[in-house]
Design a protein around this ligand. Structure first.
Ligand SMILES: Nc1ncnc2c1ncn2[C@@H]1O[C@H](COP(=O)(O)OP(=O)(O)O)[C@@H](O)[C@H]1O
Ligand SMILES: [Mg+2]
Length: 163
């Protein structure tokens, strides 16, 4: 089983803080798949990761209609929203494999849409609603050297760790 951590976010600011902490551990070439219903916080999380990579948060908006936005930076960021794709086949047709194997960090909202195309070491971030502004965020990382570091830095969001 992959190393994983269960976090509770009580606000958009919490989600941004969690995302910045994860972003700080990511390496060029890493792919992060985000899942969770509309409004769960996937795009907000992408803003936080982008911020850790030096990209102004106002540049990061959901590429729902364009599907892909590429942000230049010290570590380039590819932001994908797979919501409008019919599935892995259509994703493959638009060049998803190349996008996923780029030099930068790649974030995929609605990752479940492109299932089998995701790399086996994809970092998975799953959101669920837990009432009002609360979100449960589960993060699994099969092969991320900085993950222990991330776990330590996100301790205050781990409800069972006594924060
Ligand atoms: N704890 C939280 N974490 C993330 N977003 C939250 C939280 N509480 C409330 N929100 C709100 O939920 C919405 C999340 O939107 P967004 O990130 O675009 O979701 P998605 O990309 O998953 O559809 C924002 O309006 C945000 O302010
Ligand atoms: Mg979104």
């Amino acid at each position: 089983m992959s190393p994983s951590v269960e976090l509770t976010s009580e606000s958009p600011a919490d989600t941004l803080a969690i995302a910045r902490a994860l972003g700080a551990c990511l390496r060029p070439g890493d792919v992060v798949g985000l899942t969770g219903d509309l409004g769960a916080g996937k795009t907000l999380f992408c803003k936080g990761v982008g911020e850790a990579l030096g990209i102004p948060p106002d540049r990061i908006v959901s590429p729902t209609f364009t599907i892909v936005t590429e942000h230049a930076g010290p570590v380039p960021l590819t932001h994908i929203d797979a919501y409008r794709l019919s599935g892995a086949r259509e994703a493959d047709e638009i060049g998803m494999r190349e996008l996923l194997s780029g030099d930068g960090v790649c974030l995929v909202e609605w990752a479940e849409k492109i299932g089998e195309l995701l790399p086996t070491d994809c970092i998975q971030v799953k959101f669920s609603f837990a009432g009002d502004d609360r979100r449960e965020i589960s993060i699994a990382a099969p092969d991320l050297p900085g993950f222990d570091d991330f776990r330590a830095r996100s301790r205050r969001f781990q409800p069972h760790q006594g924060g």
